[in-house]
Design a protein. Structure first.
Length: 144
């Protein structure tokens, strides 16, 4: 599996894990969430924001840290309900987006992911739509 295949599989696995938590993610924009029916929510987007590449040292494998921005919008209209939904989503995603949670599907045989953590969560409110944005860092073993 090439590095490109690995990062694509990681992205697909993030979407699958979020779907298991009741959150529908799609690559790209979630601007359509404001027009989505309540039954389709919560919906969100996943954006690949880049990678950092470690230098190899001798015989040890090289590692890469990929960073993703995950934004989720909520159908709730009362501020108290929105806050609860934001808090619940942040902790659901944090609990589900783990090493074992992401080493699935195409990655199950090689298990290249060695670390997965949400480094930051920001809650927002705009135009009566609550959202939460999570920054996810995934460290994986590079193939050469």
């Amino acid at each position: 599996m090439t590095n490109v295949d690995t990062i694509i599989a990681i992205t697909e696995n993030i979407c699958a894990v979020a779907r298991g938590e009741g959150i529908r993610l799609s690559p790209g924009t979630n601007a359509q969430a404001r027009n989505a029916p309540a039954s389709a929510m919560p919906v969100g987007e996943i954006v690949y924001t880049g990678e950092t590449f470690e230098d190899s040292c001798g015989q040890r494998p090289c590692y890469v840290t990929a960073v993703f921005s995950i934004s989720v919008d909520f159908p709730e209209r009362h501020r108290e309900d929105i806050i609860r939904a934001q808090q619940a989503a942040a902790h659901k995603l944090r609990g589900a987006l783990t090493v074992s949670g992401l080493n699935i599907g195409a990655l199950v045989a090689s298990k290249p992911i060695s670390s997965a953590r949400i480094t930051e969560v920001q809650a927002r409110m705009k135009d009566d739509v609550g959202s939460v944005n999570c920054i996810l860092a995934v460290r994986y073993r590079e193939t050469v």
